[in-house]
Design a protein around this ligand. Structure first.
Ligand SMILES: [Zn+2]
Length: 129
């Protein structure tokens, strides 16, 4: 879809800029959602740790080899952690969850500029700040 430049450019160009900023906002929202999802994945992985330890214990008690099981789990962990740490903030272009070396699992916001992954559409929320 290609739009030809309008003859009555005054109003139309303004509308186009508004549309453009809207798409930019949507893109940023999508980007932030991906960042949030990467964090959720790692958190879910984190929560399954007791299950993993339990499974490991059962396997060991049954005298079975746990190498493959451990390897798969570690690769999964590493993959999610790397994925999360690679996410960059759309606002400040820095690593969203990483300050110095530590990966911040608790923060929902950018550790550099405080940009939230979940947009605050709520009125009562915005009044607080
Ligand atoms: Zn940021």
């Amino acid at each position: 879809m290609q739009k030809k430049p309008d003859k009555q450019s005054g109003i139309h160009s303004k509308q186009q800029t508004e549309n453009l900023s809207k798409t930019e906002a949507n893109n940023q929202e999508k980007h932030l959602r991906k960042i949030s999802r990467a964090r959720t994945r790692l958190l879910v992985c984190f929560l399954t740790l007791p299950v993993y330890i339990g499974a490991l214990w059962i396997l060991l008690n049954n005298g079975r080899g746990v190498e493959t099981f451990m390897l798969v789990y570690m690769v999964l962990w590493a993959g999610f952690a790397v994925d999360m740490s690679m996410r960059r903030c759309p606002a400040c272009e820095q690593q969203f969850y990483v300050k110095s070396i530590l990966l911040n699992l608790i923060s929902r916001d950018c550790v550099h500029c405080g940009l939230a992954t979940i947009p605050t559409n709520n009125d009562s929320d915005s009044k607080k700040f």
